[in-house]
Design a protein around this ligand. Sequence first.
Ligand code: ADP
Ligand code: 5GP
Length: 206
Amino acid sequence: MEKKGLLTVVSGFSGAGKGTLMKGLLSKYDNYALSVSMTTRAPRPGEVDGREYFFITREQFEKNIEDGKLIEHAQYVGNYYGTPKDYVFEQLDAGKDVLLEIEIQGALQIKKRFPEALLLFVTTKDAQTLIERLKGRGTETEEVIFKRLKRAAEESEGIEEYEYLIVNDDLETCIEDMHDIIQKAKLKASRNSEFIKKIREDLKNI
Ligand code: ADP
Ligand code: 5GP
């Protein structure tokens, strides 16, 4: 059965602005639902359990994997991250466009499991801007920033797996572009096979 909402995966280099873009979409439009992931990494100052993430132990995470509670999961710079299944399905059934802000290994699992999902890749206009944003955010040590930049170099190899590139230069323009892309993607014929089948049959029966 085709879901009413669209499942959209948003990946991109750490520091490119994914979190900021998600907040922008959620505050401007009411058709979006953001999935809250589970992670074993420690909360950053200001992060609240159940809002940015569900912060859990490795043992709890591994139990969730075993119990089939996650639609994808991956390890990123030494920690587990994963998407809880129930919330995503509930929101899609309710007609919400569900946003998954996840890294590339998880994105590829989603693409395989849900071929109709839309995959977006967020980047800065150049590498220097990425370094500045990561440093400017001030939430990671120099060492972690370096690891994340190394990871960005690896992730750049997979960009072609995504359908659209989202260049986050001017924030407001980028939020609008992203909204536009998601809404237009919902109208693709390939994502509406049940609608097409029904109208075809109804027309034949006239
Ligand atoms: P990510 O979630 O991809 O790791 P964040 O959303 O935390 O990235 O953004 C990284 C930093 O860049 C933050 O300090 C954020 O305020 C800043 N930022 C995000 N988008 C823009 C933009 N379009 N212009 C300038 N700064 C931005
Ligand atoms: P951060 O530690 O900066 O919050 O997230 C690190 C990376 O993990 C980011 O690229 C983020 O998109 C990704 N991530 C967050 N949640 C999930 C998830 O549920 N699954 C996967 N695969 N990646 C996630």
